[in-house]
Design a protein around this ligand. Structure first.
Ligand code: CTP
Ligand code: MG
Length: 379
């Protein structure tokens, strides 16, 4: 079964206030929409992702996603219904048979909910996560209206899962452009919608105070871990010098199996160490010819992706480069920016420092460059 997921992130986020639409606001050091992108991409049952963004934000979204992700960016519409419609249009050509439709405003997506939804699609053509209502419900009014039976209602969340044909049909025939979800359109056609147990983690970010709640939810599910990395490479003539993700003009370069970027290797090891996932050699064996001359940015992105795939987040990395030459100061800002870009974290979460060893030892004699790094992650 080919399964796709559409994440709608094309709203204005008006109720959440602020300058930036809520889908771009950072939660746990990562833009809100990237949380659900990462969670859905990490699920083995989902083959393809479509991210629907406001008109004009396509390039921004593509840049936020980074190059290696298999996500199609689609332009949204003026209503949620239109945005989903545009996402569905993109899917029709991909051969997807089932689709999950999800609000970017619900950043945390437990894999258990996805499992349950996909299982339900074996039987019905639509399934949604629901939660019971715990508060007393009453009719609204200037004065309190009569109490409603709370056991007769549920709260409906996303992701919502559908056989593609059913939900496309429902959107084609939709009478109501203001529908707040897709299951109601499918139901309007008389189709059955199965329910599975929802999750408090799926709560939608709607109002300003919801951001603090989301931060707290995230913190509660993660423990802080620290990892360290250290690496050395030899400096040789007639080599390119790759350092901190940059190509630096210098009379010597670092020798090694890959591009030998000692700084990115130390960072990669720090991240793998924090995640308890071995070291760079386990993931990219020097004996494997495919890594000859490989850009070390790939190693760092791999370590980042391993953490993200496990629902983790990078809090901070701190790098120290140890050499007499080249001078790191002039490149420091660009290195920080490049590392932040590769890790997809804010600049303030990346520190790059440098020191000499007072002309002592191999670094002092200019025979090689050493680097050490510390990474703090939550996982
Ligand atoms: N959405 C969308 N296209 C729209 C409107 C909404 O893709 N034209 C998306 C939002 O980005 C969000 C989801 O639908 O992920 C649920 O909508 P909601 O929580 O209402 O978000 P906004 O419409 O952005 O917020 P508001 O209604 O407060 O302006
Ligand atoms: Mg809205």
């Amino acid at each position: 079964m080919t399964v796709a997921a559409i994440i709608v992130a094309a709203g204005k986020g008006e109720r959440a206030g602020g300058e930036t639409p809520k889908q771009y606001v950072s939660v746990g050091g990562k833009a809100l929409l990237l949380h659900s992108v990462d969670a859905l991409a990490a699920h083995s049952g989902i083959d393809h992702l479509v991210l629907v963004v406001p008109a004009g934000d396509e390039d921004l979204a593509t840049a936020m996603l980074g190059a290696e992700r298999n996500v199609s960016v689609v332009t949204g519409g003026t209503s949620r219904h239109q945005s989903v419609r545009n996402g569905l249009d993109r899917l029709v050509r991909t051969g997807a048979e089932w689709v999950l439709i999800h609000d970017a405003a619900r950043p945390f997506v437990p894999s258990r909910v996805i499992d349950d939804l996909l299982e339900a699609l074996d039987i019905e053509s639509a399934a949604v996560p629901v939660l019971s209502v715990v508060d007393t419900l009453a009719k609204a009014g200037k004065e309190l209206g009569p109490t409603l039976d709370r056991s007769s209602v549920v709260r409906v969340q996303t992701p919502q899962a559908f056989h593609l044909g059913a939900v496309v049909d429902a959107h084609d025939k939709a009478q109501d452009d203001t529908a707040t979800d897709d299951a109601q359109l499918v139901r309007a056609l008389g189709m059955k919608v199965a329910t599975v147990e929802g999750d408090a983690l799926l709560e939608k970010i709607t109002h300003p105070a919801d951001f603090a709640l989301a931060e707290a939810r995230l913190a509660a599910t993660r423990s802080v871990r620290t990892g360290m990395g250290f690496d050395v490479h030899r400096l040789e003539a007639a080599q390119e010098l790759w350092l901190g993700g940059l190509l630096i003009a210098h009379d010597k370069g670092l020798a090694g199996h890959s591009d030998a970027d000692v700084a990115l290797h130390a960072l990669t090891d720090a991240l793998l160490g924090a995640a308890g996932e071995g070291d760079i050699g386990d993931h990219f064996p020097p004996s494997d010819p495919q890594w000859r001359g490989a850009p070390s940015s790939r190693f760092l992105e791999h370590a980042r992706n391993r953490i993200v795939a496990r629902g983790g987040a990078i809090d901070h990395v701190d790098l120290t480069i140890i050499c007499e030459a080249p001078r790191i100061g002039p490149h420091r800002g660009a290195m920080r920016a490049r590392i932040a870009e590769l890790l997809r974290v804010e600049l303030s979460r990346v520190s790059v420092k440098a020191t000499t060893t007072e002309r002592l030892g191999f670094t002092g004699r200019g025979e090689g460059i050493a680097a050490q790094a510390v990474a703090t992650i939550r996982i």
